[in-house]
Design a protein around this ligand. Structure first.
Ligand code: SAM
Length: 217
């Protein structure tokens, strides 16, 4: 005999409605190309802001997911992003960092985009764990102390080698450095050579645009 609950769930499934808490409906249907299902209301709020944010050169969804997975998997407490834009990738960091008890520092030189990012972090309820630092990241990064568990480089492409040289001493052994748009080799010619020819680093391209580097222990 079918219980009322099972009956309602079957009916909901037949009608294409999710018979689960309201927040988990917000991510859209499950599936690799869609936003992930939210585990709780706080996560749903972040995903909703991410989905609605004004976009400016932000990473695609799949790279956002990767950022979240790596950050949460290594239990990162201190994350650094170079190139905030409107805060989209920062929101993916935040999904992980609210679980690990960590914080994100993110660097951006465009005032308007920095302001939009701050607005998005507030709307997503993660402003207490994200600090946006305005200014030229080639300079602002030198003021940071570290150690960082994970660094994401996604600003001016010709600057990647300089960013790497400056952040490498700040990354803890066992920490990760992610770099975006590595397919644009003509714009950041040195970067991949530097990470691939350093015996203290282990690097792989995880998809067309993202390289992940481990600073060996
Ligand atoms: C590709 S977008 C970042 C996208 C963001 N990581 C995301 O996925 O949501 C690059 C950003 O880096 C910023 N940028 C470029 N050169 C910079 C510099 N020297 N210092 C700080 N920010 C810079 C740009 O203003 C732009 O907003």
């Amino acid at each position: 005999m079918m219980s009322i609950r099972t009956l309602l769930a079957s009916l909901a499934a037949w009608m294409g409605i999710c018979a689960c808490p309201v927040w988990s409906q917000r991510g859209g249907p499950a599936g690799y190309g869609n936003a992930p299902l939210a585990a709780d209301e706080a996560e749903a709020k972040i995903l909703q802001v991410a989905e609605q944010t004004e976009r400016y050169l932000n990473v695609p969804l799949e790279d956002g997911r990767l950022i979240r997975i790596l950050t949460e998997a290594i239990g990162a407490r201190q994350a650094l992003e170079i190139g905030t834009s409107t805060g989209y990738s920062g929101l993916w960091f935040a999904l992980a960092l609210r679980k690990t008890g960590g914080k994100l520092t993110t660097l951006e030189y465009d005032k308007g985009r920095a302001e939009t990012a701050r607005k998005n972090f507030r709307a997503a309820g993660v402003d207490s764990i994200v600090t946006v630092i305005e200014g030229d990241a080639h300079e602002t990064v030198t003021r940071l102390k570290g150690p960082f568990d994970i660094v994401f480089i996604d600003a001016d492409k010709p600057g990647y080698a300089d960013y790497l040289r400056k952040v490498l001493p700040l990354v803890r052994p066992g920490g990760l450095i992610l770099a975006h748009n590595i397919s644009r080799r003509e714009q950041n010619p040195e970067y991949m050579d530097l990470v691939l020819n350093n015996p203290n680093l282990e690097t792989m391209k995880v998809n067309a645009e993202m390289a992940v580097t481990l600073k060996k222990r």
